[in-house]
Design a protein around this ligand. Structure first.
Ligand code: G4P
Length: 529
């Protein structure tokens, strides 16, 4: 391995900010970009966000998603560290996109609203992080609002997110009386002032919070802080980077993204402790980022719905070695050599052509239909990356062809759109029925629109009352076959021809799991161990 490659890799941190919608992800992203000098004023990345008002109009959402392609990956430098911040769509209907993006990062920052605590989308996202053992830093946001007790919030994090936490800063009151945070790591007091643009703030070193000088700064709140800190030090073990790096312990910060308060501490700690690009698993072996030969995989495909620009961008995470523009690489699934004339990297609002990319980087490749989610590129090795699973959809509908003359077009359209990752396709094992599964209603509109415009096909969707999809397996082939025969109507195949059981309700699922102890029911298409 060349020392150039080594130094490029150790310079990089690739991560995502995740949250339930409205917790403050966009605001925090923006503050990070301000620190990185990638934007000059607050408000510049707002267009990145899918506006709530647009929730019923998918073309408007697509238009906004078009804008957000430019900010899918935001690359900036901060204190000589090259940060690749991957954007995740806040809109719930695009949750699958977010889950897949998490396969391309090495760590995450999870934003929690201090008033609302852990919300549903947060739990789901954390489940994906836990599965992959992704290191997580928590930022509890909006301390300028009257929020919940910090101890209660930390307990809720541990309980609902099933991860141990360790506060590294501590809030002093909240809402109108919010005084600031005390940094437990370097014993500094950071006094709150409401200023959205301020970048540097003065810190006060208070080596021993027992000293009366604390009263000078925070008056009557000093007593409470002393009590809280004593309790924190008593309850939580000292922070250790190792369990954090293994995804077992999440350091927690408090602040207010809107007021740019507590954000610098978060970013400074992030660049100090967050992992460098880490390896990825393939069916045959683990690929290390420092390997000389280039490898990478596609985790997201963005299709432009504008009929005048019907291009697709496939997003590739570089896993090892060096990617080069115009060099031939091996497309493993197609067993074909491809080269890329215009690979792009993204910086705030603009795209740039790149010549090289290194492990940890995410680049956009213009695609004319060669890529599927999960595809690997290499310098010749037949690598099949694993760890890019599908999750059970929440809404299921049967596809009904509206135009029998166009069945071929419909078949092709459904096939290609689901390969892009727009929705999941399940085909009945012992029949011809096709079901589409999604996380949100919006995708059905998108599918109908695209079928019509790109494939001249049309279909209806019939709602199905399925509760979830379970990927099934068994050590006994005979038992699995017997189960499939008994439940014939509910057995379907996913895109990779894996067996899936569609359960009609939680009750049915529980009873079925109970009645068939030899069958394993899994809620993701792939199990990362
Ligand atoms: P998201 O990307 O996670 O969905 O959240 P976003 O950053 O858009 O923030 C959601 C709302 O919360 C925004 O208000 C934002 O200004 C506000 N917010 C973010 N951080 C803080 C904070 O530290 N304190 C307070 N009080 N509010 C915060 P909005 O009214 O929905 O949008 P906007 O009109 O301000 O853009």
């Amino acid at each position: 391995m060349s020392s150039k490659l080594q130094s490029e890799i150790s310079k990089r941190r690739t991560f995502a900010i995740i949250s339930h919608p409205d917790a403050g992800k966009t605001t925090l992203t923006e503050k990070f970009l301000l620190y990185g000098g990638a934007i000059q004023t607050a408000g510049a990345v707002k267009s990145n966000k899918i506006k709530k008002t647009a929730s019923s109009d998918f073309m408007e959402i697509e238009r906004q998603r078009g804008i957000s392609v430019a900010t899918s990956v935001m690359t900036f430098e901060y204190q000589n560290v090259l940060i690749n911040l991957l954007d995740t769509p806040g809109h719930k209907d695009f949750a699958e996109d977010t889950y897949r993006t998490l396969t391309a990062v090495d760590s995450v920052i999870l934003v929690i609203d201090c008033v609302k605590g852990v919300e549903t989308q947060t739990e789901k996202l954390m489940e994906v992080c836990r599965m992959r053992k992704t290191p997580v830093i928590v930022f509890i946001n909006k301390l300028d609002r009257p929020g919940r007790d910090p101890f209660e919030l930390l307990d809720e994090l541990e309980e609902k997110l099933k991860i141990k936490v360790r506060p590294l800063s501590w809030p002093i009151s909240n809402g109108d009386t919010f005084q600031g945070v005390y940094n437990l790591y370097d014993s500094q007091l950071n006094l709150f002032e409401s200023d959205k643009q301020k970048i540097e703030r003065e810190k006060i070193l208070i080596k021993d919070i027992k000293q009366p000088e604390l009263e000078q700064y925070i008056g009557k709140y000093a007593g409470q802080l002393r009590e809280d800190v004593e309790l924190v030090e008593g309850v939580y073990e000292a922070f250790d980077e190792n369990p954090y790096k293994h995804g077992d312990l999440a350091p927690v910060f408090f602040g207010s993204a809107l007021n740019n308060f507590g954000v610098k501490e978060l970013l400074d700690t992030f660049i100090r402790i967050a992992p460098h690009p880490v390896g990825r698993k393939s069916e045959t072996r683990e690929i290390k980022p420092t390997e000389k030969a280039f490898t990478g995989f596609i985790f997201k495909i963005h299709a432009n719905l504008d009929p005048n620009h019907r291009d697709r961008i496939a997003f590739l995470r570089v896993c090892s070695g060096e990617f080069e523009r115009n060099k031939f690489f091996h497309h493993v699934r197609l067993d074909k050599k491809l080269k890329f004339a215009n690979p792009a990297s993204f910086m705030a609002q603009s795209k740039q052509m790149i010549e090289h990319a290194y492990a940890g980087d995410v680049i956009g490749l213009y695609d004319t239909g060669n890529f599927k989610i999960g595809d690997g590129l290499s310098e010749g090795e037949k690598i099949h990356f694993i760890g890019i699973p599908s999750f059970s959809p929440e809404i299921f509908k049967e596809v009904v062809n509206k135009d029998p003359m166009k069945s071929k077009q419909l078949e092709k359209g459904i096939q290609q759109l689901t390969e892009e990752g727009l929705a999941q396709l399940f085909t009945q094992r012992s029949g011809n029925k096709k079901y589409i599964g999604t996380v949100g209603e919006l995708q059905f509109e998108v599918i109908q629109y695209r079928l019509k415009n790109e494939y001249s096909a049309s279909c209806d969707f019939h709602g199905m009352n399925f509760y979830c999809a379970c990927w099934i397996s068994s050590t006994s082939k005979a038992k699995l076959e017997e189960f499939c025969r008994h439940k014939e109507q509910f057995i379907v195949l996913d895109k990779q021809k894996k067996l899936v059981f569609l359960a009609q309700s939680k009750g049915v699922l529980d009873i079925t799991m109970n009645n068939y102890p030899d069958i394993e029911f899994r809620f993701t298409s792939e199990f990362v161990v």
